[in-house]
Ligand binder design. Structure first.
Ligand code: NPG
Length: 372
């Protein structure tokens, strides 16, 4: 089976990039994005991973600081100097509870490294089959509805296959009604990032009339029971994101009827091994999945593209072109949108795109190296 890698050296970097435009969700507004970039080296080859934790504990309890701590003090020491296959890195990290985003950065770097050492595209190593993946775009909360309508129009002109709109109390039914009126045929979905409670179910009953593809994470991140109660009252599928940090959570959510769709983000679940396990479980249960995004740089996006090439990723993904996120991406070639609203899966070894070292250096705030 797998190829053994000796994990000789790990480099951690904290980077900060300015977003092409500020992004507002029910958590707040972000104009810059911080990320940790992990580089794992073996036999002269380098594998890259990106940690999607944010600068504050809003989407998740993890932050770039907690991830640095978890990586430096607990996760890196568990793999450094060992001979491992990418597929077994998850088992080495699993005894540490939580800290999925920190784990994922290291685990995914190991997959990139293994794919490079084998001379294979990462997507193939993971079992991906698609050469192009359907691309959607996520649009943040805007200052007013006319700005939003303009932004949607621009993204549709660019060719995105579906639009995801962020909602929050006060920016929901009225907004979606206007958007639906203006764009009756567009594939549309909404994401609340856990901003509502079951007592707000009238909001969702109204949203249920707008032919949405799905309603993402309406209720609290740990509330599978109320999601099940809400799903029973709606035609529109609920999709869970924050509520699914693991395969066990996915099994519980499906058993309870808390959702009919799952957004798989490898960073949220701890890497490719758990992401594939959730994908396989959903495929077996006829549950549609898609790959979410965390405003990744091109490194994290390349990982997401590889994952989204697996057969169960049917719905359009939150994987957009580099330019939607950053003026200049950390990788070359940058990701672009094809005329059919897809993104091509890179065919070179590993993540299949090159890290722009000079830019990486320029955006680095802090760096540390660990040697076996
Ligand atoms: O295309 O990467 C993207 C952004 C997709 O909306 C998006 N992400 O809740 O899914 C989310 C949201 C997010 C982004 C959450 C950044 C937290 C941080």
């Amino acid at each position: 089976m797998g190829f053994k890698l000796k994990l000789e050296r790990v480099e951690l970097r904290l980077v900060e990039l300015e977003l092409a435009q500020p992004f507002e969700t029910s958590f707040g507004r972000e104009a810059r994005r911080r990320a940790l970039i992990v580089r794992l080296s073996s036999g002269g080859a380098h594998g890259y991973g990106e940690c999607v934790a944010g600068s504050g504990p809003w989407y998740s309890y993890e932050t770039t600081e907690t991830a640095w701590h978890a990586l430096k003090d607990f996760l890196i020491p568990r793999v450094l100097g060992k001979e491992l296959e990418a597929a077994t890195v998850w088992d080495e990290l699993a005894p540490i509870r939580g800290h999925n985003m920190a784990k994922a950065a290291l685990e995914m770097a190991a997959w990139d490294l293994e794919a490079k050492l084998e001379g294979k595209p990462l997507a193939k190593l993971l079992g991906g089959e698609k050469e192009k993946i359907p691309s959607g775009v996520s649009i943040g909360i805007q200052a007013n509805i006319s700005d939003l309508l303009r932004e949607i129009e621009r993204r549709l002109e660019e060719g995105y296959q579906r639009i995801k709109l962020k909602i929050k109390p006060g920016w929901d039914v009225e907004v979606i009604e206007e958007v639906r009126g203006r764009f009756p045929e567009v594939k549309l979905q909404v994401d609340a990032n856990a901003a509502y409670r079951l007592a707000d179910k009238e909001v969702f009953k109204k949203l249920d009339q707008f032919n949405l593809l799905l309603i993402e994470q309406p209720l609290a991140y740990d509330d599978l029971a109320d999601h099940a109660a809400l799903q029973r009252e709606l035609e529109t599928p609920l999709c869970l994101d924050e509520s699914i940090p693991s395969l066990n959570a996915a099994k519980a959510a499906l058993a309870l009827g808390s959702c009919r769709v799952i957004n798989i983000k490898p960073g949220r679940v701890g890497g490719f091994t758990p992401a594939r396990a959730i994908h396989d479980h959903c495929l077996e249960k006829n549950i549609l999945v898609w790959c979410g995004g965390m405003l990744e740089t091109g490194i994290g996006r390349a990982h997401n593209v590889a994952l989204a090439s697996l057969p169960g990723f049917i719905l359009p993904n939150d994987i957009s072109a580099s330019r939607r996120y950053y003026q200049q991406d950390l990788v070359e070639p940058e990701f672009t949108l094809n005329a059919d609203g897809t993104i091509s899966v890179p065919q070179g070894p590993g993540i299949g795109v090159e890290v722009v070292e000079e830019l990486l250096e320029r955006v680095t705030l802090h760096r540390e190296e660990f040697v076996a």
